[in-house]
Design a protein around this ligand. Structure first.
Ligand code: GLA
Length: 393
C-alpha cells in the first residue's frame, strides 16, 4: 500500500508551497486491475470480468496557478514536466500517459489545471496489471484538482482509452480504465463492451484467494503485436460479413458462422475469431460459476481461456505457460491463466487459501529453476476505483 503521508512528505521536501501549506496537498489514487477472464474481447464488443486491485498509483500534489504539470517519481526522483497549453507529441516516456490524458480531457471539452506532484506506485510496471490506465485515471483526477473531471465514470474511462488510442498509440480497449474507474470492494465487474452495461459479481473470497504471479519477464513486442491482433479481428469480421452481412463485430459471430466460413477464412484469422467467440461464452459462464461458488468449474474455464490464448490467439509466452503448469501441479489450485494482453507479464490463479504457501513454494523453486527468472507472487483483493484519498492529513 502506498502511504499517502509519505508521498506528501516527499512533495513538501521539493515544493516550498506544499511545505508552507501542507493542508493544500491533495492525494489521489487509481488502482491497477486483474482480469479474471475475457481476454482480447473488449475491443470485439464482447464481455470482460476484471477486478480493480489493492495496488495502484497515487499522486500527491498541489494545484498551481500556471499551466504547467510537473511530476516527480518517488522511486527514482526523476522529474518531468509539460505545458498544458502546448502539449507536444508523445515522447515514448511515462509522462506520455499524463500528457495524453490532459490532451484527451481537452478534446472532450473538460478543463484542466496545472499541478506539482509526486507519483508513487506499488504496481509492477509493464506486468500487465494496467499501470497505464491507473496512471491515466490518477492523472485525470489530479488535472481537475482532485475530483473526477466528470461524474460519468464511463466517460472518464473513455477519456483514458482515448488518451491511449489517440496519443500513446496503443489501440487498447475499454476494460482497463473501466476497471480502474469503477472498482468495487469484494466484487469483480462483468462488463458488456457493446452496451456498456455492467454489474458487480460478488466473489466471496473467504476460503479461496486470487493470487497473481508475475513471471518476471516484461511484456515483449506488446504494442505492435497487440495492434496487429486487433487488426486481424477486424479483418476476420470483414471476411465473415461477406457471407453473413449482419455481422458488425466478433460479438455477432456464432460458432456455426465460424464453421461456415472455415474454408474461406485465412487460418490465422480463423484462430483469432474462434478464441474471441468462445471466450465470450466462457466469461458469462465463469461469472455465474463464481457467484455459485463453483470454484472447480471456474478453474476449468480459466485453464480453457489460457489454452485458447496460447494456441488460438497466440499471445502467451514460454514463461506464462510454465507459470500455469507449475501452479496446476499444486494441490488446491483450481485454475490459472495469463491476465492482460499477454506476451509476458502475469498470471492470475484461483487457489484454496490453504494452498497459497504450497503455490508460493512451487513457483519460487520450480519456476525459477526452469526459467532462471525471479517470479513474484501476491494475493490481490477486489478494491475500490479511482478516488481522492482523504483522512491522511
Ligand atoms: C490490454 C488492453 C485491454 C484488453 C487486454 C486484453 O490490457 O489494454 O483493453 O484488450 O489487453 O484483454
Amino acid at each position: 500500500m502506498i502511504e499517502p503521508g509519505e508521498l506528501a512528505d516527499r512533495l513538501s521536501d521539493i515544493e516550498p508551497t506544499a511545505a508552507a501549506d501542507p493542508g493544500s496537498i491533495v492525494v489521489v489514487h487509481a488502482p491497477g486491475r486483474v482480469n479474471l477472464i475475457g481476454e482480447h474481447t473488449d475491443y470485439n464488443e464482447g464481455y470482460v470480468l476484471p477486478i480493480a486491485i489493492d495496488r495502484g498509483i497515487a499522486i500527491a500534489f498541489v494545484p498551481t496557478q500556471d499551466r504547467r504539470v510537473t511530476l516527480t517519481l518517488a522511486a527514482t526522483d526523476e522529474t518531468t514536466s509539460f505545458d498544458l497549453d502546448a502539449i507536444a507529441p508523445r515522447r515514448g516516456h511515462w509522462i506520455d500517459y499524463v500528457a495524453g490524458t490532459a490532451w484527451a480531457m481537452a478534446e472532450a471539452g473538460l478543463g484542466t489545471q496545472g499541478f506539482r506532484g509526486v507519483l508513487g506506485s506499488d504496481l509492477p510496471q509493464g506486468a500487465g496489471l494496467s499501470s497505464s490506465a491507473a496512471l491515466e485515471l490518477a492523472s485525470a483526477l489530479a488535472l481537475s484538482g482532485g475530483t473526477a473531471p466528470t461524474s460519468d465514470l464511463m466517460q472518464l474511462a473513455r477519456i483514458a482509452q482515448r488518451a491511449e488510442n489517440g496519443y500513446v498509440g496503443v489501440q487498447s480497449g475499454l476494460m482497463d480504465p473501466f476497471a480502474s474507474a469503477h472498482g468495487r470492494e469484494g466484487a469483480a465487474l462483468l462488463l458488456d463492451c457493446r452496451s456498456l452495461e455492467y454489474r458487480p459479481v460478488t466473489l466471496g473470497l473467504d476460503d479461496v484467494a486470487l493470487v497473481v504471479a508475475d513471471s518476471g519477464s516484461p511484456r515483449r513486442l506488446d504494442r505492435t503485436a497487440y495492434n496487429e491482433r486487433r487488426a486481424q479481428c477486424e479483418a476476420a469480421v470483414a471476411a465473415i460479413a461477406r457471407t453473413h452481412p449482419g455481422v458488425r463485430s466478433l460479438r455477432d459471430v456464432t460458432p456455426a458462422m465460424l464453421a461456415d466460413c472455415a474454408g474461406s477464412l485465412e487460418p490465422a484469422l480463423a484462430r483469432r475469431a474462434q478464441h474471441v467467440v468462445e471466450e465470450d461464452t466462457r466469461v458469462l459462464e465463469a461469472a455465474a460459476a463464481m457467484e455459485a461458488r463453483e470454484h472447480a468449474r471456474v478453474g476449468e474455464l480459466l485453464l480453457e481461456s489460457h489454452a485458447s490464448l496460447r494456441d488460438l490467439y497466440e499471445v502467451s509466452s514460454p514463461e506464462l505457460d510454465a507459470l500455469v503448469d507449475t501452479a496446476m501441479a499444486v494441490d488446491g489450485v483450481f485454475g490459472a491463466r495469463l491476465t492482460g494482453a499477454g506476451f509476458g507479464g502475469c498470471t492470475v490463479d484461483l487457489v484454496r487459501r490453504d494452498a497459497i504457501d504450497r503455490l508460493s513454494e512451487a513457483i519460487s523453486t520450480r519456476y525459477a529453476a526452469q526459467t532462471g527468472l525471479v517470479p513474484r507472487m501476491f494475493e490481490v483483493l477486489p478494491s475500490t476505483g479511482a478516488r481522492r484519498v482523504d483522512g491522511w492529513h
